[in-house]
Design a protein around this ligand. Structure first.
Ligand SMILES: Nc1ncnc2c1ncn2[C@@H]1O[C@H](COP(=O)(O)OP(=O)(O)OP(=O)(O)O)[C@@H](O)[C@H]1O
Length: 372
C-alpha cells in the first residue's frame, strides 16, 4: 500500500497544502517546530481517525478555523482509493471512494500505518498502558472485529465503573444490573484477550527471527501475555468468558469498595523475555532498544500477513536515536518494500547511502518545498 498524495486543509499549521509522495522514502526535513511532525500526524490521523499525540481533536484544527480536512489517495493492490477525513465541532466524518462511512470502525484499516517514535523505545520499560495502547492501535488496524470489540469494551467499562461508584455511594442498589454489565464486559473482554493472544503469537514469531538477526544469534526473544485469567483457561473465547465472569462474582464487593473494575484486558500487560529473563527488569538499554526495533519491524510483517498489503511506516525523529548498526537493520528491512515517511532536523546522523532515492521535503513554518 502506498499513499501517493495528501491534501491538507486547515490541519494544524497547514492551510492548503497538497503533496505528492514517492513510493519509497519521503523525508520531512526542517528545524524544530516548523511542522514536520504535523505532516506525519496528518497521515496517522488519516489512517486511524485519531492522533498519536493528543486526545483533544480541536488541537488538530488550525487556530483560525472551525474545521479541517485531510484527503489522501491510496494505491493498493486492487487499485487507487481516495479517502477523506473531516474534523469539526460536530465530530469526524470519513469517506472512502467519496462515500461517507456510517461507522469510523469500518473506515479504519483502509490505510495502515506503523509509527515509530522515540517514545516507542520505551515500549519495553514504560508503563503497561503504553503496551496496551500499542496492542489496541496495531491489532485494531488489522482486524475490524478487534476494533469493534475494544470500542464496545471501553464503553461498557466506563458504564460499569460509574455503576460501581454509584453502588459504593448508595446512589444505586440494584446488584442485578451490575451482573448484566459484568456479563457484557466478560463477553467483549474474552474476545479481546483471545484475539490478542493469537496476534501476539504471530507477532512473536516474526519478532523472534528479527531479534535473533540483530543480536547475531545470541538472544532469543519471547512474549508473555499477563492476564488475570488462569493459563489453562486461555484456550477459547468461551473459557476466558466463563473465567472472567466467575472472577467478577468473587471480587464484586472489593470492586464496589474500590469503585473500579479490577480485572480484564484493560489491566493486562505484555512482557518481553530474552533468553528466559524479563527485559523489563533485567534488560540492558541495548537489549531494550533491540527489542523495540524487533517489535516494530515484526509489526510490518504481521500487518502484511493479516491484510495482504505492506503498511506505511512513519519514523518520527527516531533514526538519530538508533546507532548505525540498528539503523542499518531498520533501513535494510524496509528497503524497496515499505513506503516510509521520516522526520529529521538533519540528515547528517542518517546513513544516507541506505536511503535510496529519497524525496526530500523541506519544511519551514508550515511551507513545504522540494529539496533538489
Ligand atoms: N492547531 C494549530 N494551528 C496552527 N498552528 C499549529 C497548530 N498546532 C500546532 N501548530 C504549530 O505547529 C508547529 C509545530 O509543528 P511540529 O510539531 O510539526 O514541529 P516539528 O517540525 O516536528 O518540530 P520538532 O522537531 O520540534 O518536533 C508550531 O509552530 C505550532 O505553533
Amino acid at each position: 500500500m502506498k499513499l501517493t498524495k495528501i491534501e491538507l486543509h486547515h490541519f494544524r499549521n497547514y492551510i492548503d497544502q497538497t503533496l505528492d509522495f514517492s513510493a519509497g522514502i519521503n523525508v520531512f526535513l526542517g528545524e524544530n517546530a516548523q511542522g514536520k511532525t504535523n505532516l506525519l500526524e496528518a497521515i496517522y490521523v488519516l489512517a486511524l481517525t485519531r492522533s498519536h499525540r493528543t486526545n483533544n481533536e480541536k488541537e488538530l484544527i488550525n487556530w483560525n478555523s472551525q474545521t479541517a480536512q485531510i484527503r489522501g489517495i491510496l494505491q493498493k493492490r486492487l487499485g487507487s482509493v481516495p479517502i477523506e477525513l473531516d474534523l469539526g465541532p460536530k465530530g469526524k466524518r470519513a469517506k472512502v471512494n467519496h462515500l461517507e462511512q456510517a461507522r469510523l470502525s469500518s473506515y479504519v484499516g483502509q490505510l495502515n500505518v506503523i509509527l515509530f517514535a522515540p517514545e516507542d523505545l520505551s515500549i519495553v520499560k514504560g508503563a503497561p498502558q503504553v503496551r496496551r495502547k500499542f496492542m489496541d492501535m496495531e491489532f485494531g488496524q488489522m482486524s475490524n472485529r478487534y476494533l469493534y470489540n475494544s470500542t464496545q469494551y471501553k464503553k461498557i467499562l466506563k458504564q460499569r465503573n460509574r455503576y460501581l461508584r454509584d453502588l459504593h455511594h448508595h446512589v444505586q442498589s440494584d446488584r442485578v444490573y451490575l451482573d448484566v454489565l459484568s456479563d457484557q464486559l466478560s463477553a467483549y473482554g474474552a474476545e479481546i484477550i483471545f484475539q490478542r493472544l493469537q496476534l501476539i503469537k504471530k507477532l512473536a514469531k516474526f519478532a523472534q527471527r528479527i531479534h535473533s538477526e540483530i543480536s547475531q544469534g545470541k538472544e532469543t526473544l519471547a512474549f508473555a501475555y499477563k492476564t488475570a485469567v488462569a493459563d489453562d483457561q486461555l484456550t477459547s473465547v468461551e473459557t476466558i468468558y466463563q473465567n472472567l465472569l466467575n472472577q467478577f462474582k468473587q471480587i464484586k464487593e472489593k470492586e464496589i469498595t474500590r469503585s473500579t473494575t479490577l480485572i480484564g484486558p484493560h489491566r493486562d500487560d505484555l512482557n518481553f523475555v530474552i533468553n528466559g529473563k524479563e527485559v523489563q527488569s533485567f534488560g540492558s538499554q541495548g537489549q531494550q532498544r533491540t527489542t523495540a526495533l524487533s517489535v516494530k519491524l515484526a509489526e510490518i510483517d504481521l500487518m502484511k500477513e493479516q491484510t495482504n498489503e505492506y503498511p506505511i511506516l512513519l519514523l518520527d525523529d527516531v533514526l538519530s536515536e538508533l546507532d548505525d548498526f540498528r539503523q542499518t537493520h531498520l533501513l535494510t528491512a524496509i528497503q524497496d518494500k515499505v513506503q516510509t515517511f521520516l522526520t529529521t532536523t538533519s540528515l547528517s546522523g542518517v546513513q544516507q547511502e541506505l536511503l535510496t532515492n529519497p524525496k526530500i521535503f523541506r519544511i519551514e513554518n508550515g511551507n513545504v518545498s522540494l529539496e533538489k
